[in-house]
Design a protein around this ligand. Structure first.
Ligand SMILES: Cc1cc2nc3c(=O)[nH]c(=O)nc-3n(C[C@H](O)[C@H](O)[C@H](O)COP(=O)(O)OP(=O)(O)OC[C@H]3O[C@@H](n4cnc5c(N)ncnc54)[C@H](O)[C@@H]3O)c2cc1C
Length: 342
């Protein structure tokens, strides 16, 4: 039988698209350039896991660590918040992406490595491309360290050594994910990563033994302007379309949602403009609202002030953490900025 749709890339965007198409009885091939299971440099945070489970109920089948505590720090100021709702569910991308790919295959999609696409339509979910300008991307260095003690708090460090971005610690089952993410260009990021790991050892978040060789993987993170939704026969989804939230670097939810919408567009024989309209409505406007952080010279000033206010006002602290983990689907950024500048 003729293949209707070729989905290129079996990350969260591509596997979700293939799953949704196969569920609707459409002939779909899912093609990746790598054999699975494969790893992907990522913090592995599913932000606002309750929202995830509403949209993708099968995610609950996959084990992960629910985290309710967050500590936000900037230079000498810090505050800690415990949320009644889980802030993030941490997973390992090797398992998560393999799980989603298998879901697509169980639903009826075929999976192949390095095959020539044959579908009438293509969904391009091949991930981040090299940016044309610095304004379109950030860089992240990341690693999972095996730990012997339990850790239940996400740590976010703004302004560490002046970077425009943030450093983080995400607890996972048996591991912690340590990362540094910054807008491009960022000098000495490798050295900053090594120094951040040393800092975590001093803070007793990691031990010398756990930190080991202080290794990391580096990867580009795209913040493309939202102008790349489709061409004649191809829809772009996930990182391939730049659907990442500036300010936090969160992209898994937007990848999966755009994959689902791309599948729906083809299955319901909608015009491709419908895909663009739905992406903008469901998350695009939200991503654009987060662009306030693109005024990079302001980033560290704003974060310093925000953490200072949060260290004195529990209400503001909750708002800041809820905004970071997107517990509210409506953007809080406007409210947030108003409070900082008034
Ligand atoms: C260090 C780091 C930390 C991050 N942490 C988080 C986080 O905690 N939470 C979060 O929500 N987001 C996070 N992100 C962002 C998130 O990883 C991405 O937004 C998400 O992976 C995008 O999914 P995707 O399916 O679009 O692309 P990808 O996950 O990149 O998948 C693309 C797939 O396409 C394949 N491919 C590439 N080229 C081809 C080709 N020509 N033909 C066939 N296949 C191809 C690749 O092998 C890959 O399997 C992080 C990103 C980085 C870099």
């Amino acid at each position: 039988m003729a293949i209707e749709v070729s989905v290129l890339g079996a990350g969260p965007a591509g596997s979700t698209a293939a799953y949704e198409l196969a569920q609707r009885g459409i002939d779909v091939e899912l093609i990746d350039r790598k054999h699975f299971p494969r790893d992907k440099p990522c913090a592995g945070g599913l932000f606002n896991p309750e929202l995830f489970a509403e949209e993708f109920p099968y995610i609950k089948e996959l084990a992960g660590k629910l985290v309710y505590n967050a500590r936000m720090c900037c230079v000498s100021r810090r505050f800690e918040v415990t949320s009644p709702k889980p802030l993030v569910k941490t997973i390992f991308r090797k398992d998560f992406d393999f799980f989603l790919m298998k879901k697509a295959v169980e639903a009826g999609a075929s999976f192949a490595v390095g095959k020539k696409p044959e579908g009438k339509f293509t969904i391009d979910a091949t991930g981040a491309k090299n940016p044309r300008t610095y304004a379109q991307a950030g860089i992240c260095l990341v690693n999972d360290f095996r730990i012997e003690h339990g850790l239940d708090t996400v740590h976010v460090h703004y302004c560490y050594r002046g970077i425009k971005g943030y450093c983080w610690v995400f607890p996972k089952t048996g591991y912690v994910n340590v990362g540094v993410g910054a807008y491009l260009p960022q000098r000495n990021i490798r050295e900053i990563y090594a120094s951040y790991v040393e800092f975590l050892i001093k803070e007793k978040i990691l031990s010398e033994k756990e930190a080991g060789a202080k290794q990391y993987k580096a990867k580009i993170i795209p913040f493309a302007p939202l102008n790349h939704f489709f061409t004649d026969r191809t829809l772009f989804a996930g990182d391939a379309a730049g659907f990442v939230r500036p300010g936090t670097g969160e992209g898994i939810y937007f990848a999966m949602l755009s994959g689902k919408l791309a599948a729906e567009t083809i299955a319901r024989r909608r015009e491709f403009h419908w895909y663009e309209k739905m992406c903008r409505k469901r998350f695009g406007d939200y991503l654009v609202s987060a662009r306030v952080w693109k005024k990079r010279f302001l980033t560290n000033l704003i974060m310093k002030k925000a953490v200072r206010i949060g260290s004195k006002s529990p209400e503001f602290a909750h708002m800041m953490v809820e905004d970071f983990f997107r517990l509210h689907t409506h953007p809080l950024a406007g409210e947030f900025i108003k409070r900082i500048f008034t």
